[in-house]
Design a protein. Structure first.
Length: 241
């Protein structure tokens, strides 16, 4: 999803949502980056039985701890881990809690020694780490060869259109409106009289919600506010005063 114009300010409400992926991995080999871009080492191990892989996915479902890969954008003392990795440096990383809602083996190709999975997880999950940890548990190794994100929260790739099917005449109709982008947030209605105050980013009554919420007026998305004490404070204002 690409956010444009004023809607770019809504990205914070999307990036932290749960995500779903289709992931394909080569089994019987490992990579120092856990994906196909790293240095690959083939292992002397046969493809684990399908039943063993399916059984092991249950151990990686639910609330688990993950150690982030060295080839990641996390920082250690001001430096990205991938920068340290490129310099041949490996450092200890603290395990991080993530939630795996679904981890399902959907296909095995013995000829290519690959396995394909469907994964639904919390934001911040490293799917390549998930795959590598699973393979290690069944006595093998694996690295990610393909990863396709299929949903971010309530926004699904099933609703997307191919670029080949877009024309200048139809492009506008395919734009996801800001209201749909933050449709997962609770909504609070502002009066017509109160619209101007919201459009100027003034504080408003709490509205009986928690966290961030949409402020609406007559079906129009005016802003996103956040509860602060007994009031709502403007985080993103989309309307003009």
């Amino acid at each position: 999803m690409l956010l444009i114009g004023r809607s770019t300010r809504l990205s914070r409400y999307v990036t932290g949502l749960d995500k779903s992926y289709t992931a394909t991995a080569r089994v019987g080999a490992v990579s120092d980056t856990l994906d196909a871009e790293g240095d690959i080492t083939t292992l002397d191990a046969s493809l684990p039985p399908e039943s063993a892989i399916r059984e092991a996915t249950a151990d990686f479902t639910g609330d688990i701890l993950q150690i982030p890969p060295m080839a990641s954008a996390l920082k250690r003392k001001g430096k990205r881990l991938y920068e340290l990795h490129r310099g041949g440096i490996s450092v200890e990383r603290e395990p991080r809690p993530v939630t795996i809602h679904r981890f399902e083996l959907t296909f095995i190709d013995p000829a290519e020694t690959t396995a394909t999975f469907e994964v639904s997880c919390s934001s911040g999950t490293y799917v390549r780490t998930l795959i590598a940890d699973l393979a290690a548990q069944v006595g093998s190794g694996a690295y990610l060869t393909a990863l396709r994100r299929t949903s971010v929260g309530h926004l699904s790739v099933d609703d997307a259109k191919s670029l080949h099917n877009l024309t200048p005449e139809t492009l506008h109709n395919r734009i996801i409106q800001p209201l749909e982008v933050v449709g997962h947030l609770p909504g609070v209605d502002a009066s017509v009289a109160g619209r101007e105050a919201v459009c100027h980013g003034r504080r408003m009554e709490r509205g009986g919600v928690e966290g961030s919420y949409r402020v609406m007026c007559g079906g129009e998305l005016l802003a996103v506010y956040r509860v602060e004490g007994d009031e709502g404070r403007a985080e993103v204002v989309l309307c003009a005063g």
